[in-house]
Design a protein around this ligand. Structure first.
Ligand code: GLN
Length: 493
């Protein structure tokens, strides 16, 4: 029996019953990693020694008959934007190629309290800027469903390794869609919690008013378990909200009766691929048959979400990335002429083209004379986008949309056209502006065999409604059980 393809909750039962050990489980996942990684390339760093040590510690706890947390001994992958004490954290950038954090992000501390096994750090777009993981300074990650296509981004590595069974679950970060979009494109579950739900302490900053950490998993139950582990206020992050964290597993209720689902007409407009629209409509119909009520709604400012995002996110990024000066940490150029030349050369050599583009866009949007026209205007539009959602959630419990307008696209297809790449985020950025929680769950496949994701959105701190809708859908469908056939890909490639 292979263990690497099971869920965390199934594995927990086996660990608890002492049918398996965490060490055997960890070995099983690394054997899988060895087989598929040469083709998927989802990891930047593997931490097998640490993992086995953590697995032994978990086993010791289970052997003593201790009441172990649900994620004890579970092998998990971490996006390389989350600081891991003593383990290189690059953000897939050359400028952080040698950065070994002296501290753990709060989410890591919380996961270690559960006794997880850390497999390694996953590939991503440099500083989480991108939608395809092609902006990594190190490698291209391949979508396990078709190795010629991208896994989505920016958390493409975290999505791909879960999809390929090269991790049981993983963490990513979502600023404008970076968890939900790769989850959709790789056929796994991915959730962006409400802004403020999870501490950002130790998450390398991209756009601080939007960034949020969240889980990738093979099913909704594992998503709830990961949320339980990572949510909660934190004195180290003033934007984390001091609200009680419910036990999210209580929301795993297979019942759609009385659930009010809003379907925003603006999300089914131009640019949405017909097959994707079909699968999403069919998925919503499943919930309707199960007793949900479905109504069309309007979120009129949706069309401005991308333009607004590509002002606000670069503006915040240009400020956040000022810290990479070659002095305190990270890469420094060799033999600079003087201090100013050291800054210039370090940043020119250390950052990739997309990061430079964002810094320039953001610096321009914030510059004297333009700040009102761009940045302040964008903030006003952001408020309007949020008001659309506030009004909608007066009427409905959740909003259902496609997660991405298209399935995974071919590697290289959009790299030459930044605007086309930015349009990948059209369905995910609106909720990011409003700070809402969102989940993507697998909801079918297009003709070519690539997965399609269904996105649910809810009001701030209403993750429980998302989980209930997603769980009910999952329990009444089989999409999440489908696995990419990597054996045939491996032969063909
Ligand atoms: N694709 C979006 C961008 O490039 C979102 C990235 C993210 O959520 N980190 O900015």
């Amino acid at each position: 029996m292979s263990l690497y393809n099971l869920t965390a909750h199934a594995l927990h039962e086996k660990l608890k019953a002492r049918e398996i050990t965490a060490v055997a489980l960890t070995e099983s996942v690394y054997a899988r990693i060895e087989a598929v990684e040469p083709h998927v390339k989802g990891y930047l760093t593997l931490t097998k020694d640490i993992a086995l040590e953590q697995a032994r510690a978990a086993d010791a706890g289970f052997q003593k008959g201790n009441d172990m947390p649900p994620l004890a001994g579970i092998p998990i992958a971490i996006k390389d934007v989350i600081c891991t004490k003593g383990v290189r954290t690059t953000c897939a950038s050359k400028i952080l190629s040698n950065f070994v954090p002296p501290y753990d992000a709060t989410v890591m501390t919380k996961l270690h309290q559960q006794g997880v096994v850390m497999l390694g750090k996953t590939n991503m777009d440099e500083f989480a800027m991108g939608s395809s993981t092609e902006n990594s300074a190190y490698q291209i990650t391949h979508n396990p469903w078709n190795l010629g296509t991208i896994p989505g981004g920016s958390s493409g590595g975290s999505a791909a390794v879960v999809s390929a069974d090269a991790a049981i679950c993983s963490l990513g970060s979502d600023t404008g869609g970076s968890i939900r979009q790769p989850a959709a494109l790789c056929g796994v579950v991915g959730m962006k919690p409400t802004y403020g739900r999870v501490s950002r302490y130790g998450l390398v900053a991209f756009a601080s008013s939007l960034d949020q950490i969240g889980p990738f998993s093979k099913d909704v139950t594992d998503c709830a378990l990961l949320l339980n582990a990572i949510c909660g206020s934190d004195a180290m992050d003033s934007t984390s909200v001091d609200m009680p964290v419910p036990d999210f597993t209580q929301s795993l209720i297979n019942d759609a009766k009385g659930l009010k689902i809003g379907v925003p007409k603006e999300y089914f407009a131009q640019g949405l691929e017909a097959e994707v629209a079909d699968r999403v409509h069919a998925a919503i119909a499943v919930l309707e048959q199960l007793g949900a009520t479905v109504e069309e709604i309007s979120l009129p400012h949706t069309e401005y979400a991308i333009a607004t995002y590509y002002i606000i996110a670069p503006a915040e990024a240009s400020a956040n990335l000022a810290r990479y000066d070659g002095v305190r940490y990270g890469y420094r150029t060799e033999n600079p002429a003087d201090l100013l030349n050291m800054y210039k050369k370090t940043r020119s050599e250390g950052f990739g083209p997309e990061v430079k583009r964002r810094i320039m866009l953001g610096t321009f949007a914030l510059s004297a004379g333009y700040q009102d026209a761009y940045y302040r205007k964008a903030q006003k539009v952001r408020t309007l986008i949020k008001s659309d959602f506030d009004a909608a959630f007066q009427k409905v419990d959740v909003i259902a949309t496609p997660t991405s307008p298209t399935p995974a696209f071919k590697i290289g297809e959009r790299t030459a056209d930044a605007l086309q790449m930015y349009l990948s985020d059209v369905m995910t950025t609106p909720a990011s502006h409003a700070g809402l929680p969102g989940i993507s769950v697998p909801c079918g496949f297009v003709e070519s065999g690539l997965p399609v994701g269904l996105q649910f959105l809810a009001a701030p701190f209403a993750e429980e409604k998302l989980l209930r809708a997603a769980y009910t859908f999952e329990q009444n469908t089989e999409h999440h059980r489908q696995k990419p056939d990597l054996s045939s890909f491996l032969v063909e490639n």
